[in-house]
Design a binder for this molecule. Structure first.
Ligand code: APR
Length: 311
């Protein structure tokens, strides 16, 4: 049986790190594509040469040519520019809309049956762009954000309570920006809601740190944005799809009526399996959570509108 094929558009920090996680978990063959000549080939070969030490039997190839991505099962789009200190994700909209449009057009020509996972920011708007340009069924286009936001929240919860990260789960809804909505009521330590384990003001501090989690890394790095945790999050999505695991994960998915969102991609819990987004899971929200979610969705709508003049 041929191994699944994953093509990663953009071989920069997030793209290359995603390739690393995918290879080390032996999920499938990887193609790394970039506009920069030599760079994806160099990173691809370097990673391949780690295989005997790590013992992963997958092929890894770097390229500047879309033909090499032919018949991919999954296309991951990381191409674009990352933010620098002082920039919000939204500041990237004009340049990244054009890049995501071009990359999607080329990628879908060679892989018309693939599932697209978008990582480029501003995330929720870039998923919309990839969906519009590819014209794929909506369940085959989604974005990586919720797993990253929730893994940050989980990290902070585990540190605060001094418990294993293995036991901590969390859900973050909404757009991938400062208005995201971490949900403490649905965030648990081995089934125990964190609202039972921590005072309210402590939870609020962790929620705020989660909302600003990307900015915290940008300010430390100064030259770009996060890549280890984003790469790991993408690999988790790719594995869920290719192994038809039917994981329940927060991702940017198309909502048609769910959560009263009509026609936008926003962060919601979904069932992720071989068909892509197999179901959007609707949680019961309090009035306060609903209001915060609605505010986040309004922000996503304004970003989507802003992409239109570059499409
Ligand atoms: N086609 C292919 N690759 C492109 C194109 C294009 N048209 N334009 C840019 N790229 C490549 C760049 O050459 C670069 O190697 O995309 C890569 C982006 O890598 P980085 O600059 O290292 O950025 P990274 O940190 O990986 O972030 C990429 O993901 O998390 C988001 O906000 C982040 O939007 C950003 C994206």
């Amino acid at each position: 049986m041929p191994r699944p094929k994953i093509s990663i558009m953009g071989a920069g920090n997030v793209g290359a790190t995603t390739a690393h996680w995918i290879a080390s978990k032996e999920i499938g063959d990887v193609v790394l594509l970039d506009v920069i000549e030599g760079m994806p080939q160099g990173k691809g070969l370097d990673l391949l040469e780690a295989a005997p030490v790590e013992g992963f039997d997958v092929d890894i190839k770097g390229t500047n040519n879309y033909e090499d991505t032919k018949n991919s099962d999954i296309i991951v789009i990381t191409s674009g520019v990352p933010r620098k200190p002082g920039m919000s994700r939204d500041d990237l909209i004009s340049i990244n809309t054009k890049i995501v449009k071009e990359v999607t057009q080329n990628a879908v020509k060679y892989s018309p049956n693939s599932i697209i996972i978008v990582v480029t920011n501003p995330l929720d708007a870039m998923v919309f762009v990839a969906s519009k340009v590819s014209n794929f069924p909506k369940h085959r286009v989604l974005g990586m954000a919720g797993i990253l936001d929730s893994t940050r929240f989980r990290t902070f919860i585990a540190k605060e309570l001094d418990v294993s990260v293995e036991d901590v789960d969390a859900i973050v809804l909404g757009g991938h920006g400062d208005s995201m909505v971490p949900l403490p009521r649905y965030s648990t330590v081995n089934g125990i809601p964190i609202t039972e384990l921590m005072p309210h003001d402590k939870i609020n501090l962790l929620v705020e740190r989660t909302r600003k989690g990307g900015e915290e890394i940008v300010n430390l790095l100064k030259t770009g944005s996060a890549f280890y945790a984003p790469g790991a999050a993408v690999a988790e999505m790719v594995e869920a799809i290719l192994k038809d695991k039917k994981r329940i994960l927060p991702c940017a998915a198309y909502c048609n009526s769910e959560y009263n969102v009509n026609g936008y991609f926003v962060g919601v819990p979904i069932k992720l399996g071989k068909k892509g987004v197999e179901k959007v899971i609707e949680l019961k929200l309090t009035d306060e959570e609903k209001a915060a979610f609605q505010k986040s969705v309004e922000h996503v709508k304004s970003l989507v509108e802003a992409t239109e003049k570059f499409l």
